[in-house]
Every structure is written in C-alpha cells, then in structure tokens.
Design a protein around this ligand. Structure first.
Ligand code: AHM
Ligand code: MG
Length: 330
C-alpha cells in the first residue's frame, strides 16, 4: 500500500479477486451485501436511543406499531440483502430457528452462517456490539443441499469476519490469507483499510471470562483463572477485562493480546456460545492472526457440528496463553 493512499474494502476485495482469477464474483457480491447491511445496521445502532427500536420484540409502541429489537431488524436486513443477490443457497442464523432457504438461489454456491447482532443486551447501555459471519461452499453443487453441506466443520470455512459497532465501526475479515480490518469513514460511508495483516501478540496480559459463574466452572478452569490472578514479584499478573459482548472482548484481545474463555458450567455443560455463528468464525480469524482456539480438548475448527444451534465451550486468544491454559486442562 502506498503511503497516504486510501484502500477501500471494495478495492481490496477486487484486487484480491484479480490475483485469484478462479474466484468468481459471487464471494465479492456477498461481501458487498454484508458491507451494505453493516452500514444500515450501523445507522440504526447509532440512533438506537432516538428511535423506536429499543423495546423487546413483540412490544407495541404508543402508536400501536410493533417495536422491533435491533437483533431482529439486523437479521431481516442481512437476509433480505443476501437473498436479493442470490449468491447464497441458504442462510443459517442465530436468530432463525431453521435454515432460511433463499428463494430462486437453488444453484448458488455458498452457505452463510451469522449472528446478525451479537451482544444485543449491550445496546441499551451503549456498549459495543457486532455482527458475525461465516461462509462455506456447498459440497454438492449439482444436487439438493444436504445436511452435510450445512453442518460443515469450521476448517471448511472459505471466509469469516465480524463488524464491530464500537467507538468506530470496523469490518474485520479473513478469507484464509491473513486478517485485515477496515474502519468506516462516516463522511464517505466507505470501509477503509486501517489495520492490515493483523497478528495477535503471542503473549498477552488480559484474561476475559465471566467470573460471576466461577463457582460452576470445572476445577481445571478455576485453577487456570486462579493462576491468572496470582500476584507476586516474580510473576506477571494478568488483568481481567470482560465486557460481556464477544466481539468487543475478542477485538480488544486480538489487537492487544489476551485470552477469552467461555467455560462449561454445571447448568450449561456446553457453555453458551454457538459453534456455527460465533465460535467457528472467531476461531478462523484468530488462527489467521496467529492465535489459537480450543474447546478445552480439541481445536474449535475441527469439531464436527451435529446440529444448527450447537453450543461449545471456547478458549481463544494468544497462542502462548491458550497453550498455558491447556496445561491446566489436560
Ligand atoms: P447473544 O448471542 O445472545 O448476544 O449472547 C452472546 C453473548 C456474547 O456476546 C458474550 O460474550 C456472552 O454472551 C456473554 O455471556 P454472559 O453474560 O453469560 O457472560
Ligand atoms: Mg450471539
């Protein structure tokens, strides 16, 4: 990149496409749709306190109109845009119980999984939230889509990323050759390359976990968390940082180095986070940035999903910190 030059996300994607001529335009079109959806949701998030979108889904406002939660609106926005361009045969969403089949796109090549607005309970308190996506190529191009197409392990992802609606709005993604982040320039409404080729530091100083659940964690997790909090002259302690919004916690750790844990608990033995919509895309990004992601015993991206809304414990972040955790969780 030339110094002082601006590279927009569209330009970046089109350059990548020129480098790999076998990549047809459909993946680029999906990215165009995701960008447009991100800008529309960004607009709504920025106005969240001003317009009637804060209430619970199902409520009616004083005019008798139905109020919609932003996560429902976000789901509708992405589905509508992706369905219109016809490059996804189906969409899997944390907000939809079943597979959403895209009308007229029976022959499309891609399957998209998403959490349209993760951490949405943070909207009401003006904390960062985000949208997560993960893209797979269907395995059966010339026949009806099977469950094998839909339930692919994370190691088959062709692209993944997230949009963080924070103090700035950023689009962070990978197609398997590094991680790049683009910041939305509000004045021109373009995502511009701001963080090329992100690498997570091998060691970090931050651990992120909901310690409110500590009593319910397995012993190995408790021991690791106790270790993170150890103080002493010879040992560097870690600082705790936990927003309770996966993308915000992940994004900070990605840039600064750190580890994020969502352990199994007594009441939720598979943790809380979803494999398809949250853990796989984050695992692809972290590995592409030089980090690691595990469920405590195996690599997140090697888990074979068996159901759409499957949950998994997750430990993700700087390589040496995840390795250190694994010595506690043999
Ligand atoms: P959501 O998909 O319903 O928004 O829930 C996922 C969120 C993550 O953003 C966050 O990391 C986690 O839930 C926080 O859970 P907890 O409040 O149990 O710590
Ligand atoms: Mg979520």
């Amino acid at each position: 990149m030339k110094k002082n030059s601006i590279t927009t996300l569209n330009q970046f994607i089109s350059d990548q496409q020129n480098m790999f001529p076998f990549v047809q335009g459909s993946l680029s079109r999906i990215f165009r749709d995701l960008q447009l959806g991100a800008k529309m949701i960004n607009r709504d998030v920025r106005q969240a306190g001003l317009i009637d979108i804060l209430g619970d889904f199902g409520n009616t406002n004083v005019q008798g109109e139905e109020q919609k939660k932003l996560d429902v609106i976000s789901n509708e926005v992405f589905i509508k845009l992706l369905e219109m361009s016809g490059d996804c045969v189906c969409i899997l969403s944390e907000e939809s119980e079943d597979v959403h089949w895209c009308e007229g796109a029976e022959n499309a090549k891609y399957i998209l999984a998403m959490d349209p607005l993760d951490g949405s309970s943070n909207i009401d308190v003006n904390a960062s939230i985000g949208s997560i996506f993960s893209i797979y190529k269907r395995r059966s191009p010339n026949q009806a889509v099977t469950m094998e197409d839909i339930l692919q392990p994370g190691n088959c992802q062709v692209a993944a990323g997230y949009i963080i609606y924070g103090t700035a709005t950023m689009f962070v993604y990978t197609t398997g050759s590094g991680v790049n982040a683009f910041t939305l320039d509000d004045s021109i409404q373009e995502f511009c390359l701001s963080h090329p080729d992100i690498q997570i530091p091998k060691n970090g100083k931050i651990f992120s976990v909901n310690e409110g659940n500590y009593a319910d964690f397995p012993e190995s997790y408790k021991n690791y968390i106790d270790y993170c909090k150890t103080t002493g002259e010879s040992k560097k302690t870690y600082s705790a940082r936990y927003i309770g919004s996966l993308i915000a916690d992940f994004h900070r750790n990605l840039l600064k180095g750190g580890i994020y844990l969502y352990p199994p608990t007594l009441s939720a033995p598979n943790g809380k986070l979803r494999l398809l919509y949250e853990c796989n895309p984050m695992a692809f990004l972290i590995e592409q940035a030089g980090g690691k992601a595990t469920n405590g015993s195996i690599r997140i991206m090697d888990i074979q999903p068996t159901e759409l809304h499957q949950r998994t414990p997750v430990v993700i972040g700087s390589e040496n910190m995840v390795d250190e955790f694994l010595t506690y969780n043999k």
